[in-house]
Design a protein around this ligand. Structure first.
Ligand code: ARG
Length: 568
């Protein structure tokens, strides 16, 4: 249960006990009642605008209304005190005894009626090309979003909509026909750029590659054989980096090639609705609307050579997904350069009546260097994802050495992963961000290492307490302010996750985790736990808090797909 909803539900039912208010209440007014955390926490843990929203109805000043409501609210069993602030906000302070059991606000799975079925399209890598920096955000954010959705009890199916049937396949196979089979995935990664570079200068080569692609799509057995030999190498390489990044396995690696079989089904629908226009040998679907202010080119359904297009694969995928999974939502995570593509495709899907699911595209900003241009390595290359982890790991190693620590490689890897992923998650996905290797590996500040460090510390307190035979027990002494703050933060977890889910905003989770760590460390600093001079009852009640904080922090860390080392 979400603490904010809990409190506002209670406020709503309490004001309904006041006849003059109840008589005038409308659903609209009820919906406008909000509960938030006041800027100054001295007078209350939460504040509400309930008196303000009733002004119009009751034709009284907000302060007068607040006076009317206060006694009712102080009746609530979880309320310690209530007071009026400013023009008529009401502050609510919660009872310590209520705070000490934040478990009841743990995220519970939503009830069946609210369960959604989401098809998530992220990653969506290209065969024959090593994963690079451009795949970081779709991978990390998509994976975390998937974990959040599942945590809340929704059903998801993750799709790796592979780029495995288009132009690059023609370029690679043409190259192989000329120079022989690659020995490993690294060889393929070299082939594609080499062949693409040649196609830029050599028109005959480009035409040859296009012909190979078209023939491949039409089932040329020799090309299919070549394809079937190199594609698994490339896939294995992709799986390898995903494993290193601790990304959940995809439910379906079903991309451009495997959806090809549904293109004829979509063709039928498009024909029946007369949506296709022939344009200079190609088939297109006009999707312009009268109120468009920006140019809106038609969807390229079939190229003039007859090749399956990128858009056709997406429409076929929507057809497959909607008819197979019956999803409530299909959410795509790619960079924002594909905004137009998805707008076009979604419009075409709608025209075709294939919009039983809510179609949504989340477009990312760019990861840049200090100069604001897309991030490059010192050699001026676009870094692969392996290289990115390596670079961050190198910085972690250097930092550890500087502080005279020697960390096992496994730990370095976990810290590097946290540094890279947390930094990616904490930024608003829609915005660009600057990637500065040395700042993401700092052990202090809004960084992955800081998050891990806090978790390691909590884990070790819990272990130590167990070794000392101390058993956690919610005490009944008055809480210290640092304890209150920490408990309030823990209670807020559910609301944050629900918002992160609803707004597709994984940065809310990352930044919450940072705030939680701040509260944990402040608590730790002010409230000694296992120190000799702390009495037995206080040890037990603080350990209780540590346990709850640990549970929440580890859940957040898990949602971000980070791994916690034993020590660091
Ligand atoms: N393979 C594409 C690329 O690397 C991304 C695919 C995104 N998903 C989709 N359904 N179009 O640009």
């Amino acid at each position: 249960m979400n603490i904010y909803n809990f409190i506002s539900d209670n406020i709503k039912s309490k004001i309904q006990e006041i006849d003059v208010i109840n008589a005038a209440l409308t659903p609209d007014v009820l919906n406008n009642i909000v509960v938030e955390v006041p800027k100054i926490r001295d007078f209350g843990d939460f504040s509400t605008n309930v008196a303000m929203v009733l002004v119009k109805l009751l034709k009284k000043s907000p302060r007068d209304i607040a006076e009317m409501i206060l006694p009712k609210l102080s009746d609530l069993d979880f309320v310690e005190s209530v007071s009026i602030a400013g023009p008529g906000f009401i502050n609510i302070k919660l009872k310590d005894a209520f705070l000490i059991a934040p478990e009841k606000f743990a995220a519970d799975k939503c009830d069946d009626s609210k369960k959604l079925m989401l098809d998530l399209d992220y990653g969506s890598y290209n065969i024959g090309k090593a994963l690079h920096i451009g795949h970081l955000r779709t991978t990390v954010v998509g994976d975390t979003f998937n974990r959040i959705a599942r945590y809340l009890g929704h059903k998801t199916k993750s799709y790796n909509h592979m780029g495995d049937w288009g132009r690059p396949m023609g370029l690679i196979i043409a190259w192989i026909l000329e120079y022989g089979m690659p020995k490993n995935a690294d060889d393929i990664n070299v082939m594609y750029p080499a062949s693409a570079a040649r196609a830029k200068e050599d028109k005959a080569w480009l035409e040859r590659a296009q012909k190979v692609r078209d023939d491949l799509q039409n089932g040329n057995p020799e090309y299919l054989k070549i394809y079937n030999e190199f594609a698994p190498m490339s896939l294995a390489q992709i799986k390898d980096i995903l494993l290193r990044l601790n990304i959940l396995p995809f439910d379906e690696n079903k991309g451009e090639r495997l959806v090809a079989e549904y293109v004829p089904d979509v063709q039928k629908i498009l024909d029946a609705k007369n949506l296709i226009v022939h344009d200079d040998g190609a088939d297109v679907i006009p999707v312009k609307q009268d109120d468009d202010t920006a140019p809106m080119p038609p969807v390229l359904w079939r190229s003039s050579t007859g090749a399956q297009t990128y858009a056709a694969a997406d429409l076929a995928a929507i057809y497959y997904r909607t008819t197979t999974d019956n999803p409530t939502d299909i959410v795509y995570f790619t960079d924002s350069r594909q905004n137009l593509h998805f707008t076009q495709v979604f419009r075409a899907a709608k025209l075709a009546g294939m919009d039983s699911a809510n179609l949504q595209h989340i477009g990312f900003g760019t990861i840049t260097g200090a100069d604001g241009k897309p991030f490059k390595t010192r050699d001026g290359d676009v870094p692969s994802l392996h290289q990115m982890v390596d670079m961050v790991a190198e910085s972690v190693r250097r930092r550890a050495q500087e502080s005279g620590k020697e960390l096992p490689e496994e730990t370095v890897e976990m810290i590097a992963l946290a540094a890279l992923k947390f930094n990616d998650l904490m930024h608003d996905v829609r915005a660009d961000y600057v990637f500065d290797i040395d700042s993401v590996t700092q052990f202090e500040g809004r960084t992955g290492p800081y998050i891990l460090y806090t978790a390691v510390r909590l884990n070790s307190v819990v272990k130590k307490a167990a070794a000392m035979g101390i058993v956690a027990n919610a005490g009944n002494d008055a809480l210290q302010p640092e304890e209150r703050n920490l408990l309030l933060r823990i209670m807020d977890f559910t609301r944050v996750i629900e918002n992160a889910f609803a707004r597709r905003a994984t940065d809310l989770l990352a930044n919450y985790t940072y705030d939680l760590c701040q509260d944990i460390n402040t608590f730790y600093h002010h409230c000694p736990i296992l120190r000799d001079d702390v009495d037995a009852a206080t040890k037990q009640s603080r350990l209780h808090l540590v346990n709850m904080a640990q549970k929440t922090l580890l859940a957040a860390i898990d949602l971000m797909g980070l791994r916690v080392p034993d020590a660091m």
